[in-house]
Design a protein. Structure first.
Length: 221
């Protein structure tokens, strides 16, 4: 007698959560903006997101709990404000929310470090030695998020990412370096490919990240 195969409970639960959240989002989108019905629908959505257990922010334990709670509240405000911008065909609801959470977390971390008067992209932010730049370079929210970040860099709508380059080396521009880093290439590999010293590339990249962080925030938030 053949055994009947069934999907694992974990996978089934995930699918159920995705379907529930998508239905709640569609319900909210179908209500008139600013109406009481939309507010009720958004409240149900936020509660479901909180109860899903699928929120993810890799480095939240490196910072005070109150910082994460503030970031989380800002993220939920973003969800409510930008609900009409969510497109089911592009990503699951929780992926979209985690992407908003990631960028709010970066913003909150920057503010936190400014208050401590030690904001530096290459200065460790906690005992693990993880720096702001390390976190920015490792947006491990989801593969979909990384794909969207890569797509934004490749499109380079204003051409500013490709225009900013190492002096005298237009091929070693921010866009090219960032795409290589997101693809998993090490500084040693990039340095060898262009015959440019690692310190030169690293310093240029750090300064460029500082310069373009507001642009990334504007696009993703």
């Amino acid at each position: 007698m053949k055994s009947i195969k069934s999907s694992s409970p974990a996978k089934s639960d995930r699918q159920q959560i995705h379907q529930q959240l998508k239905a709640l989002v569609l319900d909210a989108q179908n209500q008139p903006p600013g109406s009481k019905k939309r507010k009720i629908a958004l409240d149900k959505l936020v509660r479901a997101i909180q109860a899903s257990g699928r929120l993810f922010c890799k480095y939240k334990t490196n910072f005070p709990e109150e910082l994460y709670n503030e970031v989380l509240q800002e993220t939920f405000f973003d969800v409510c404000r930008k609900i009409d911008r969510y497109e089911p065909a592009k990503a699951q609801v929780i992926t979209w929310v985690n992407r908003l959470l990631w960028w709010r977390f970066l913003e909150g971390m920057e503010t936190y470090n400014k208050h401590r008067q030690e904001l530096s992209l290459d200065t460790p932010v906690d005992g693990s030695g993880m720096s702001f730049l390390d976190i920015l370079e490792q947006p491990e929210v989801s593969p979909e998020f990384v794909d969207e970040l890569q797509e934004y860099l490749q499109q380079d709508p204003e051409g500013s990412f490709a225009q900013r380059h190492v002096r005298g080396r237009p091929e070693a521009n921010f866009r090219a370096i960032a795409l290589r880093r997101l693809a998993g290439e090490s500084w040693q590999e990039i340095s060898a490919a262009w015959d440019i010293p690692i310190p030169t590339l690293s310093v240029f990249y750090q300064r460029s990240c500082r310069r373009f962080l507001p642009k990334f925030r504007e696009y993703f938030l």
